[in-house]
Design a protein around this ligand. Structure first.
Ligand code: DLZ
Length: 172
């Protein structure tokens, strides 16, 4: 399903998205800054709206989307976060550079999520042109930064819930 059909930016406010006990990081690519800043603002606003404490919000930037996974790892190493949101925008050009970057970043974020057992969210737009990017950074298809934040919170909450409800092993 394309993002045109599934716009999560207007999500169900009743889902448990409490951030009060979470530490969350956002890593922002400096390529296509107009877009990545808009996405990052969407993420930050969403996190704060759901109770993230200012002192538990960590932000850093990296030169380009390719550097997002390493930047995210460094931020997590420093602050032991519950989730890291990686924000980028890789616009298709004349060559296939975008495919290499997108696949590399998606694969690396999947690997680090599974290895560390915590969410590293793929908040990277992969549009064909700037218009498609704007449509997804606060335009007619919402703000994908909002959706990335909601996903980060949901996965961090899932981890906490499963930890607190684990069954006792042995005799009781
Ligand atoms: C090199 C490059 C190009 C051509 N396009 C983009 C882009 O659209 N979006 C983006 O985030 N980064 C781009 N980059 C930079 C790479 O992500 C990376 O920073 C460099 O290849 C250095 O590793």
């Amino acid at each position: 399903m394309s993002s045109a059909d599934k716009n999560l930016s207007s999500y169900d406010d009743n889902t448990s998205l409490d951030c009060e006990d979470l530490k969350i990081g956002v890593v922002i690519s400096e390529w296509n800054t107009e877009i990545t800043q808009a996405l990052a603002e969407g993420s930050k606003e969403t996190l704060m709206k759901h109770g993230l404490k200012v002192e538990n919000y960590y932000e850093t930037s990296v030169p380009g989307s390719f550097e997002l996974p390493l930047g995210a790892r460094m931020l997590d190493d420093k602050h032991q976060l519950d989730a890291v949101i990686c924000i980028g925008c890789v616009i298709k050009g004349e060559t296939s550079h975008n495919e290499y970057i997108n696949h590399a970043v998606a694969t690396a974020l999947t690997q680090i999520s599974v290895m560390r057992g915590k969410p590293f969210i793929f908040g990277v737009l992969t549009p064909n042109n700037m218009e498609q990017a704007k449509d997804r950074a606060g335009g007619k298809h919402g703000n994908k930064g909002v959706e990335a934040a909601v996903t980060a919170i949901r996965m961090a909450r899932l981890k906490k819930t499963l930890k607190s409800t684990s069954k006792t092993i042995g005799f009781s």
